[in-house]
Design a protein around this ligand. Structure first.
Ligand code: HEM
Length: 169
Protein backbone atom coordinates (compact mmCIF):
# COMPACT_ATOMS: atom_id res chain seq x y z
CA UNK A 1 0.00 0.00 0.00
CA UNK A 2 1.61 3.30 -1.00
CA UNK A 3 1.28 6.51 1.02
CA UNK A 4 -1.64 7.94 -0.93
CA UNK A 5 -3.64 4.71 -0.80
CA UNK A 6 -3.35 4.73 2.99
CA UNK A 7 -5.18 8.06 3.00
CA UNK A 8 -8.28 6.61 1.27
CA UNK A 9 -10.04 5.11 4.37
CA UNK A 10 -9.46 8.33 6.33
CA UNK A 11 -10.71 10.52 3.49
CA UNK A 12 -13.73 8.28 2.98
CA UNK A 13 -14.54 8.43 6.72
CA UNK A 14 -14.27 12.23 6.56
CA UNK A 15 -16.49 12.23 3.44
CA UNK A 16 -19.19 10.10 5.08
CA UNK A 17 -19.01 11.96 8.41
CA UNK A 18 -19.41 15.33 6.71
CA UNK A 19 -22.19 14.22 4.38
CA UNK A 20 -24.15 12.82 7.34
CA UNK A 21 -23.97 16.30 8.94
CA UNK A 22 -24.82 17.95 5.60
CA UNK A 23 -27.84 15.71 4.89
CA UNK A 24 -29.11 15.92 8.48
CA UNK A 25 -28.79 19.71 8.26
CA UNK A 26 -30.69 19.87 4.96
CA UNK A 27 -33.56 18.00 6.66
CA UNK A 28 -33.38 20.09 9.86
CA UNK A 29 -33.24 23.53 8.23
CA UNK A 30 -36.74 23.51 6.59
CA UNK A 31 -38.18 22.36 9.95
CA UNK A 32 -36.35 25.18 11.74
CA UNK A 33 -37.45 27.68 9.08
CA UNK A 34 -41.06 26.61 9.56
CA UNK A 35 -40.73 27.70 13.23
CA UNK A 36 -39.95 31.29 12.14
CA UNK A 37 -43.44 32.37 13.10
CA UNK A 38 -43.84 35.61 15.14
CA UNK A 39 -46.74 33.88 16.94
CA UNK A 40 -44.22 31.82 18.98
CA UNK A 41 -43.18 34.96 20.89
CA UNK A 42 -40.23 37.31 20.58
CA UNK A 43 -37.76 35.39 22.78
CA UNK A 44 -38.40 32.04 21.05
CA UNK A 45 -38.35 33.73 17.63
CA UNK A 46 -34.94 35.31 18.37
CA UNK A 47 -33.59 31.95 19.59
CA UNK A 48 -34.74 29.92 16.58
CA UNK A 49 -33.54 32.67 14.21
CA UNK A 50 -30.06 32.65 15.77
CA UNK A 51 -29.89 28.84 15.91
CA UNK A 52 -30.87 28.55 12.22
CA UNK A 53 -28.38 31.20 11.15
CA UNK A 54 -25.45 29.68 13.09
CA UNK A 55 -26.31 26.11 12.06
CA UNK A 56 -26.42 27.15 8.37
CA UNK A 57 -23.31 29.33 8.36
CA UNK A 58 -20.99 27.52 10.78
CA UNK A 59 -21.98 23.84 10.71
CA UNK A 60 -23.99 22.77 7.65
CA UNK A 61 -22.29 24.85 4.94
CA UNK A 62 -18.74 23.96 6.10
CA UNK A 63 -19.79 20.27 6.29
CA UNK A 64 -21.08 20.50 2.70
CA UNK A 65 -17.84 22.09 1.49
CA UNK A 66 -15.71 19.42 3.22
CA UNK A 67 -17.98 16.60 1.94
CA UNK A 68 -17.61 17.88 -1.64
CA UNK A 69 -13.86 18.52 -1.33
CA UNK A 70 -13.17 15.07 0.18
CA UNK A 71 -15.42 13.44 -2.47
CA UNK A 72 -13.46 15.24 -5.19
CA UNK A 73 -10.21 13.93 -3.67
CA UNK A 74 -11.65 10.40 -3.58
CA UNK A 75 -12.46 10.54 -7.33
CA UNK A 76 -8.75 10.81 -8.12
CA UNK A 77 -7.43 8.57 -5.34
CA UNK A 78 -9.88 5.77 -6.17
CA UNK A 79 -9.79 6.49 -9.93
CA UNK A 80 -13.57 6.19 -10.26
CA UNK A 81 -14.34 7.72 -13.66
CA UNK A 82 -17.57 5.78 -14.18
CA UNK A 83 -21.02 6.75 -15.43
CA UNK A 84 -22.61 6.15 -12.00
CA UNK A 85 -20.28 8.79 -10.57
CA UNK A 86 -21.29 11.37 -13.20
CA UNK A 87 -24.96 10.53 -12.50
CA UNK A 88 -24.28 10.89 -8.76
CA UNK A 89 -22.78 14.36 -9.35
CA UNK A 90 -25.98 15.49 -11.13
CA UNK A 91 -27.98 14.65 -7.99
CA UNK A 92 -25.31 16.20 -5.73
CA UNK A 93 -25.78 19.39 -7.81
CA UNK A 94 -29.51 19.21 -6.97
CA UNK A 95 -28.57 18.96 -3.26
CA UNK A 96 -26.34 22.03 -3.63
CA UNK A 97 -29.27 23.84 -5.32
CA UNK A 98 -31.49 22.92 -2.37
CA UNK A 99 -28.81 24.17 0.05
CA UNK A 100 -28.60 27.51 -1.78
CA UNK A 101 -32.42 27.82 -1.82
CA UNK A 102 -32.53 27.31 1.96
CA UNK A 103 -29.93 30.10 2.35
CA UNK A 104 -32.04 32.40 0.17
CA UNK A 105 -35.23 31.68 2.16
CA UNK A 106 -33.33 32.13 5.43
CA UNK A 107 -32.20 35.62 4.43
CA UNK A 108 -35.70 36.51 3.13
CA UNK A 109 -37.58 35.29 6.20
CA UNK A 110 -35.20 36.07 9.03
CA UNK A 111 -33.03 38.99 7.90
CA UNK A 112 -35.17 41.23 5.62
CA UNK A 113 -37.67 43.69 7.08
CA UNK A 114 -41.39 43.21 6.48
CA UNK A 115 -43.92 40.43 6.85
CA UNK A 116 -42.87 37.13 5.25
CA UNK A 117 -44.76 33.92 4.73
CA UNK A 118 -42.94 31.02 6.36
CA UNK A 119 -42.61 28.06 3.95
CA UNK A 120 -44.12 24.79 5.16
CA UNK A 121 -41.53 22.03 5.61
CA UNK A 122 -43.40 19.05 4.09
CA UNK A 123 -42.91 19.76 0.38
CA UNK A 124 -39.21 20.75 0.61
CA UNK A 125 -38.47 17.63 2.68
CA UNK A 126 -40.22 15.37 0.15
CA UNK A 127 -38.31 17.03 -2.70
CA UNK A 128 -35.00 16.62 -0.81
CA UNK A 129 -35.58 12.88 -0.41
CA UNK A 130 -35.24 12.45 -4.21
CA UNK A 131 -31.61 13.57 -4.76
CA UNK A 132 -30.35 12.09 -1.46
CA UNK A 133 -31.93 8.68 -2.20
CA UNK A 134 -30.60 8.74 -5.79
CA UNK A 135 -27.06 9.66 -4.63
CA UNK A 136 -27.04 6.86 -2.04
CA UNK A 137 -28.43 4.25 -4.46
CA UNK A 138 -25.90 5.23 -7.14
CA UNK A 139 -22.84 5.25 -4.86
CA UNK A 140 -23.75 2.12 -2.90
CA UNK A 141 -25.06 -0.04 -5.77
CA UNK A 142 -22.58 1.38 -8.34
CA UNK A 143 -24.88 0.24 -11.18
CA UNK A 144 -23.30 -0.40 -14.58
CA UNK A 145 -24.64 2.55 -16.60
CA UNK A 146 -22.07 2.25 -19.38
CA UNK A 147 -24.73 1.52 -22.01
CA UNK A 148 -25.85 5.17 -21.60
CA UNK A 149 -23.89 6.97 -24.34
CA UNK A 150 -21.76 9.85 -23.04
CA UNK A 151 -19.42 12.12 -25.04
CA UNK A 152 -15.77 10.96 -25.13
CA UNK A 153 -14.52 14.20 -23.56
CA UNK A 154 -16.07 13.13 -20.26
CA UNK A 155 -13.68 10.19 -20.07
CA UNK A 156 -10.32 11.76 -20.89
CA UNK A 157 -8.24 14.77 -19.84
CA UNK A 158 -8.45 17.50 -22.49
CA UNK A 159 -5.06 19.07 -21.71
CA UNK A 160 -6.59 22.56 -21.55
CA UNK A 161 -4.81 25.37 -19.75
CA UNK A 162 -6.35 27.46 -16.97
CA UNK A 163 -7.62 30.81 -18.32
CA UNK A 164 -5.23 32.67 -15.95
CA UNK A 165 -1.52 32.64 -15.09
CA UNK A 166 -0.61 30.40 -12.14
CA UNK A 167 2.21 32.03 -10.13
CA UNK A 168 5.34 29.83 -10.02
CA UNK A 169 7.91 29.93 -7.21
C1 HEM B 1 -19.32 16.61 -5.14
C2 HEM B 1 -19.73 15.74 -4.22
C3 HEM B 1 -19.27 14.32 -4.10
C4 HEM B 1 -18.25 13.66 -4.74
C5 HEM B 1 -17.25 14.23 -5.76
C6 HEM B 1 -18.22 12.31 -4.25
C7 HEM B 1 -17.34 11.31 -4.65
C8 HEM B 1 -17.19 10.09 -4.02
C9 HEM B 1 -16.20 9.10 -4.34
C10 HEM B 1 -15.19 9.22 -5.48
C11 HEM B 1 -16.36 8.06 -3.51
C12 HEM B 1 -15.52 6.77 -3.46
C13 HEM B 1 -16.24 5.68 -4.22
C14 HEM B 1 -15.50 4.37 -4.14
O1 HEM B 1 -14.61 4.21 -3.31
O2 HEM B 1 -15.85 3.46 -4.91
C15 HEM B 1 -17.47 8.37 -2.63
C16 HEM B 1 -17.95 7.56 -1.63
C17 HEM B 1 -19.15 7.73 -1.03
N1 HEM B 1 -20.00 8.81 -1.17
FE1 HEM B 1 -19.59 10.50 -2.20
N2 HEM B 1 -19.24 12.15 -3.34
C18 HEM B 1 -19.91 13.35 -3.23
C19 HEM B 1 -21.02 13.61 -2.44
C20 HEM B 1 -21.72 12.63 -1.76
C21 HEM B 1 -23.01 12.80 -1.15
C22 HEM B 1 -23.79 14.11 -1.16
C23 HEM B 1 -23.38 11.60 -0.62
C24 HEM B 1 -24.64 11.18 0.10
C25 HEM B 1 -25.78 11.83 0.11
C26 HEM B 1 -22.28 10.66 -0.84
C27 HEM B 1 -22.26 9.36 -0.40
C28 HEM B 1 -21.15 8.55 -0.45
C29 HEM B 1 -21.03 7.26 0.20
C30 HEM B 1 -22.09 6.61 1.07
C31 HEM B 1 -19.78 6.75 -0.16
C32 HEM B 1 -19.15 5.40 0.27
C33 HEM B 1 -19.44 4.39 -0.84
C34 HEM B 1 -18.54 3.17 -0.83
O3 HEM B 1 -17.47 3.19 -0.21
O4 HEM B 1 -18.91 2.16 -1.48
N3 HEM B 1 -21.29 11.34 -1.55
N4 HEM B 1 -17.95 9.62 -2.97
Amino acid sequence: MNGLEAVIPHLKSLHIGMLVIWCAGLFALPLMLARHDPAIGQADYARIRRATHYAYAFVITPAAVIAIASGTGLIFLRGVFFTWLFAKLVFVAAMVGFHVWIGYVLVEVAERKGVHRVPRATMPLLVLMVPITCVLVLVLAKPDLDQIPLPDWLYEPLGNQLPFEVPRR
